[in-house]
Design a binder for this molecule. Structure first.
Ligand code: PRF
Ligand code: ZN
Length: 381
């Protein structure tokens, strides 16, 4: 047609696989707020911002490429309009790297504030003031569009992975229908990505069907949901493997809600690229920290005169400057060290996977993985 220009839309996500080790991929994902080195652990700042850590800490001390926030919490406080009038969540929390937002449904169900769920969406009562709200696929997209996250998650129907029977299939099929409503409602396709979430419990056929149905929607990335909820490790790992078998090879895959070091390693080796969990920061508040030789509880008497770092060889600010003995002392007395423990735990997971990525690039991933497991499960810690 004369005068009509072909619009070459900028795709808001590029995913370049740089090298592989068997199923494991070292890649660079480019988002509107910069590059993300994968496999990647994404720390969770539920309400925007990390508990005990500033945005500057996250970029300068931890070199984190992407953080996660929850639509549900941000919607209740400060609310979508305050965020929109601030120009989005990046400006609101002074974070100029990437943000991923979860859609809200999972938090409603897992916080037990669910009132009812039907084909139209999920209804819930605010845990702050008891007001009633309804979250639909359209509302979730509207709020995430206002938040301005780089990756938005589709609203999904999540059942615990230990669920059996027809409810598992219903939730999977509803998640596909809700995904289509999300796709139709998403306004900023030029600058925000929408990921679909694979459901289907620990049933291989349902997972395979969900992967095929959602892959046909040609999204920029996919998540594997509905796991890490009390199922056996064998079921968990097999399900991740089935999904990475049937999802497109050239797009990022995100396993939701995974935060144990060993799970991040196994899932990366199975071909997943992104992970998130509140575990690293939540567990730090109870004085549990990751070390090269497994997790330790800092309050144990044996660390009272231990003048070593939290984890041998750790390059984080905490380990460079403080001893286990000092950290235990402040943990017992005024808890003023909590941000130092959180910083270490988040740094540990981010750099565990960044180390794996570098090892894939250097052809030493097998050795890296073997050493990780040998050390992490060593008997004499
Ligand atoms: N769906 C969504 N968020 C999630 C999950 C899910 O299945 C999980 C699974 N454990 C964590 N976070 N939307
Ligand atoms: Zn450290």
């Amino acid at each position: 047609m004369p005068g009509q220009q072909i619009q070459t839309q900028n795709k808001p996500l590029m995913f370049k696989i740089l090298k592989r080790f068997n199923r494991c991929r070292a890649a660079e994902m480019t988002l509107p707020h910069g590059p993300v080195r994968t496999p990647v652990y994404m720390p969770v700042g539920t309400k925007g911002g990390m508990k005990g850590l500033t945005s500057e800490n996250m970029s300068e001390l931890i070199d984190c490429d992407i953080m996660l926030s929850n639509t549900y919490h941000l919607f209740l406080k400060p609310g979508e309009d305050i965020m929109a009038s601030m120009g989005g969540l990046h400006k609101f929390e002074h974070w100029d790297r990437n943000i991923l937002t979860d859609s809200g449904g999972f938090q409603i169900v897992s916080l037990g504030e669910l009132n009812s769920l039907d084909e139209s969406g999920v209804s819930f009562k605010s845990h702050i003031d008891g007001r009633e709200f309804k979250l639909t696929p359209e509302r979730s997209m509207e709020i995430q569009n206002k938040i301005g996250s780089d990756i938005m998650m589709a609203l999904d129907d999540v059942v615990p992975p230990t669920t059996t029977g027809p409810r598992v299939e219903e939730a999977m099929e509803r998640s596909v229908r809700w995904l289509d409503r999300c796709i139709a409602a998403h306004k900023n396709t030029d600058r925000q990505n929408l990921f679909g979430i694979i459901q289907g419990g620990v049933n291989d056929d349902l997972r395979k069907r969900c992967c095929e149905l959602m892959s046909a929607r040609n999204l920029n990335g996919y998540a594997i949901g509905g796991l890490a909820g009390g199922e056996d490790k064998d079921d968990f790992w097999r399900t991740v493997k089935v999904c990475t078998d049937f999802l497109p090879d050239d797009k990022p895959r995100y396993v939701m809600g995974i935060g144990y070091a060993e799970d991040l390693m196994v899932c990366s080796l199975l071909g997943a690229d992104m992970f998130d969990c509140v575990f690293a920061t939540r567990t730090a508040r109870f004085g549990s920290v990751f070390t090269k030789y497994g997790m330790i509880k800092l309050k144990k008497e044996q660390y009272a005169e231990d003048f070593g770092p939290l984890s041998e060889g750790c390059q984080c600010y905490t380990c460079q400057n403080y001893t286990r003995a000092y950290l235990q002392h402040t943990f017992r007395h005024d808890q003023s060290c909590l941000h130092l423990l959180s910083l270490h735990n988040v740094h540990y997971l981010i750099h565990l996977l960044r180390g794996l990525r570098q090892a894939v690039l250097d052809d030493s991933a097998e050795k890296y993985a073997q050493e990780f497991f040998r050390n992490y499960y060593r008997e004499d810690k």
